[in-house]
Every structure is written in C-alpha cells, then in structure tokens.
Design a protein around this ligand. Structure first.
Ligand code: FAD
Ligand code: NAI
Length: 465
C-alpha cells in the first residue's frame, strides 16, 4: 500500500492543477485518472478540440466569404480529415504536456478508476481489473461532469450525438438539429454551419443562453440568425426517431399547441452537463450529492474530514478556469496556506462569431437585487481597429455602481472579445471604479479602446461620432 499526502481523483483541469500545485508545494501527491490520457473533458473532448474546430471553421468561412473583399481571391476547399487530424494532434500535444508537467512536479499518475474506500483510502481499479489501495491524509474529488440525457432522445453517437460525437463527425451533415441553445449548442452548431450544414436549434426556453445579459443574448441570436442558423424557441422536445440516413425530431410549443416534426442528418443533444460521481463510493462515506454535485460546505470541504471537492463535480459554473482556480486554492488550504476563489469575478466566453465575453453581474441581476447602476456602452462600429478589419459587429457594456462607480459587470460581444475580458476581471479583482479604466491609457488602434470608451460612457464622456 503506497502512502501520499494527497490523492486527487480525476485528471481534468480541477485534478491536474491540484496535482501540480501540490507537487510545487512539496507534497507527496498522486492523481488517479481512468482515461488513457490526462486533461479530462477540457483537453480531450471539450474546450480544446472545440476551439480547434471553431478556429479552423472560422478561417474556412472567412476565406470563402470575406477574403475577396480584402483583395484576396481564393476558393477554399474543405479537407475534413485534415481538419480533424490537426485537432487531434493539438489535443495530443496538450495532454502529453500535462504528463510532462506531472513528471516535472513529481506527481504520480495512478492509471485507473478511483473509489474512496474509507476516509484516507483510495482503491484504484486498473484497466486489467486489478485493484490497488493507496493511503493519503487528504483526498480531492475532481471527477468532473458528463452530458445530461433527455428521455426520448437516445444518444448513439452515430446519428444522435453528444458534444463528444459532434467533435468527430466524419462528414459534414447536410442538416443538423441542435437541442439546446446553450454554449455547446451554439459553438458546435457554428462549426458545422460554417462547414456547410443547415443548422436548426431547438430550445426549451423562449431565449438563447439563459443567464446571459438579455441585450447581449438578443444581439448574439440576431447575428447567428443572419449567418443562417435557425432558432425554434419555447419548444419542448418529445422524441427522436433514428432511421438509416437521419433523425426525425418531434417537439411541441411549451406554451401549448400542435406538435411539429423536423428531420435532419444528425441531432446534437446539448442541454447541459451533470456532475459525475459514479463508482466513487460516496454512499459509504455518507456524502449525498445534490443536483449540482458534491456539496462543499466550506472552502471545498465535503464535511468528511480530509475529503475535498473541486471543479464541475461541485456547484458553480462548469468552466475549466473555475475548476483550475478552485484546485489551486484547495491545495493551498490543504498545505496550510490561504487559498481563495472570488466567485464574483469568474469570466466566461462563448467562442461563436461574434464572441461573447462576460464577467460579473447582468443588468437583470442588478435590477432584481435592487442595486442602482449606471451603464456605459460602446459599439465596435465606432472602434477604428474593428472598422479597418471590417469586423465592427457588437459592443462593450460596462455596468457600474451608481453611487461608488465600482465596476459590477461587463458584457462584450464582438470578434476577439475573449482576449479583452481579462482586463475587466483584473479591474474587478482590484475593486476598480469605471473611471479607473476610463483614465487608463489603452494602445491605439486596438479593440481594447472600446473597453476604455465604454468605461468613459458610464459618466457620459465617450468620444463617439
Ligand atoms: P473534467 O474535465 O470533466 O475531468 C474529470 C476527469 O475525472 C475525467 O478525465 C474523468 O475521466 C476522471 N474521472 C471521473 N471519475 C473518475 C474516477 N472515479 N477515477 C478516476 N478518474 C475519474 N470550459 C471552459 O472554461 N472553456 C471552454 O471553452 C470550454 N469548452 C467546452 C467545450 C465542450 C464541448 C465541453 C463538453 C466542455 C467545455 N468546457 C469549457 C467545460 C470544461 O471542459 C469543464 O468545465 C472542465 O473540464 C471541468 O474540469 P474538471 O477537472 O472539473 O472535470
Ligand atoms: P448550457 O447549460 O450552456 O445550455 C443548455 C441549454 O439547453 C439551455 O439553453 C437550456 O435552456 C436548454 N435546455 C435544457 N433542457 C432542454 C430541453 N429539454 N429541450 C431543449 N432545450 C433544453 O449547457 P451546454 O451547452 O450543454 O454546456 C454544458 C456546460 O459546458 C456549460 O455549463 C458550460 O459552462 C460548459 N461549456 C463551456 C464552454 C465555454 O466556456 N466556452 C463551451 C462549452 C461548454
């Protein structure tokens, strides 16, 4: 039986960051991961492969539609096997990179599926069925999440696919129905639409991207519709029938009315993800997960001494950077340091075109909380860099406290805003006022000037034609 200071179960962004930080702090650490490769959902079947396809498909569409206007005459031809191969290659480089970091930081990778046999004891079942038991003072659960299912829609990853299946289709569908107008549906729907599919998004609610600032969500929907994506909102899916060459999907209006049936080559089910705890042995420990996963009572503590939890398997946004920050803070607490995560400042991005990037609270949340706020808004049509690049869609919106001017929320929609939101995350971490950003010199010409101008707009001195 081997002995560790800490064992982490799961090798995704929560698990691998916890393991590496533990190694850096001189703890004897092991990470249990059952997949063939490290990196979890994010590196293997999530963030990275999806961004690889989003990048490639965006360039493909630009080459087909926008290059001529820039004076570059090309007729792009899609090579889907190569597009998939470059995606796979990038993923392999990244997952191998985690292996390298494990070695560098003296993290042992125990290959297999972990079960907490008792506090301080982790049993690991290897692929050949053998089980080994390992001891640790502290155990961190970082087992992540898996796609949610929908009764009547059976994912076979042939015709009805989840996100993993949609990342590896071997042909461009003529038509694709996406169930769920959330982040996955819009990102992967964009990939296949750009490559030539007719995409129809069927969403239960009467809006897309629930939780997002409404004005931003409407702007995104308008833009995606203009690109050719069709939306059927307020639609309750009642069943999907798979045939040899496609799927028939039936849905009815949530508000009542006759059912409708549409068909497509493929259906992507993307209605959210659920925390994954199967086989972990939580029953035996007296840990009862709720709908949002393993409950962390206080700073990643599960209530069972020495058993901690981070990432998608516990509450909060299911985002890689949230898992990563929790992992680092959790290990620092285990090591007797002062780890902390500020849940008010977790940015999130939708990598569509235009991108959406947000941090902090929405107008709807501020209104509901009765907080008086001011709005500064700046459109990219008035930003010189966006204009010369012929990519002037979208805006930056800054919400600041009406009394203190402290930045409470920022909502951006436009090309490359994923690279702009970090500035406001830092500003909010430092409790900045909008005036702090407004009076910070930004380089010209850059899109980031729209961030400054929006902050200037809070006090009404935006320079806009
Ligand atoms: P996971 O990454 O799910 O890792 C958990 C790991 O634990 C898995 O590898 C699993 O095999 C392993 N495991 C589970 N049980 C056991 C066990 N008993 N024993 C051993 N190992 C076990 N987030 C972003 O921030 N940005 C993005 O752009 C983004 N894009 C995404 C795109 C898609 C298509 C998807 C599906 C997700 C995306 N996400 C994105 C979400 C992101 O992938 C997750 O938030 C992140 O991976 C969570 O990290 P985690 O470590 O908590 O869990
Ligand atoms: P989601 O929660 O973003 O969206 C799910 C959508 O499906 C919602 O609009 C919801 O109203 C709808 N829905 C739910 N039940 C439905 C039903 N029965 N019929 C029709 N619509 C229904 O979930 P998604 O897109 O599956 O993504 C899962 C998680 O992965 C997200 O929480 C997100 O945080 C993470 N992710 C993050 C990315 C990023 O940061 N760029 C990219 C992809 C995923």
């Amino acid at each position: 039986m081997s002995q560790y200071d800490v064992i982490i179960i799961g090798g995704g962004p929560g698990g691998y960051n916890a393991a590496i930080r533990a190694g850096q702090l001189g703890l004897k650490v092991a990470c249990v991961e059952g997949r063939e490769t490290l990196g979890g959902t994010c590196l293997n079947v999530g963030c990275m492969p999806s961004k690889a396809l989003l990048h490639a498909s965006e360039l493909y569409e630009m080459a087909a539609k926008d290059f001529a206007g820039l004076g570059i005459d090309v007729t792009p031809k899609l090579n889907l096997p190569q597009m998939m191969a470059q995606k796979a290659e990038s993923v392999t480089t990244l997952t191998k990179g985690i292996e390298f970091l494990f070695k560098k930081n003296k993290v042992e990778w125990i290959k297999g599926w972990g079960r907490i046999a008792a506090p301080g004891k982790v049993a690991v079942k290897a692929a050949d069925g053998t089980e080994t038991v390992h001891e640790a003072k502290d155990i961190v659960i970082a087992t992540g999440s898996v796609p949610s299912g929908l009764p009547g829609v059976t994912v076979d990853n042939k015709r009805i696919v989840d996100s993993t299946g949609a990342l590896s289709l071997t042909e461009v569908p003529k038509s694709l129905i996406v169930i769920g107008a959330g982040v996955i549906g819009l990102e992967l729907g964009s990939v296949w639409r750009r490559l030539g599919a007719k995409v129809t998004v069927v969403e239960y609610l009467d809006r897309i991207t629930p939780g997002m600032d409404e004005e931003t969500a409407k702007t995104l929907q308008r833009s995606l519709t203009k690109q050719g994506m069709e939306f059927k909102l307020g639609a309750k899916v009642t069943g999907a029938k798979t045939g040899k060459s496609g799927v028939e999907l039936t849905f009815e209006p949530v508000a009542g009315g006759p059912a409708e049936t549409i068909s497509a080559d493929y259906v992507l089910l993307a209605i959210g993800r659920r925390p994954y705890t199967e086989g972990l042995g939580l029953d035996g420990l007296g840990i009862a997960p709720d709908k949002r996963g393993v409950v962390a009572n206080d700073h990643f503590k599960t209530g069972v001494p020495g058993v901690w939890v981070v990432g998608d398997v516990t509450s909060g946004p299911m985002l890689a950077h949230k898992a990563e920050d929790e992992a680092v803070a959790c290990i620092e607490l285990i090591a007797g340091k002062a780890g902390h995560v500020n849940y008010d400042v977790i940015p999130s991005v939708i990598y569509t075109f235009p991108e959406v990037a947000v941090v902090g609270r929405t107008e709807e949340e501020l209104k509901a909380a009765g907080v008086a706020y001011k709005v500064g808004k700046f459109p990219f049509t008035a930003n010189s860099r966006a204009k010369i690049n012929h990519e002037a869609e979208g805006f930056v919106k800054v919400l600041a406290d009406a009394k203190t001017d402290r930045v409470l929320g920022v909502h951006m929609i436009g090309p490359s805003v994923s690279e702009m939101i970090g500035e406001y995350a830092v500003a909010m971490e430092f409790s900045a006022a909008s005036e702090d950003v407004a009076r910070t010199c930004h380089p010209h010409p850059t899109r980031s000037e729209a961030s400054k101008q929006a902050a200037m707009g809070v006090e009404g001195w935006t320079m806009q034609a």
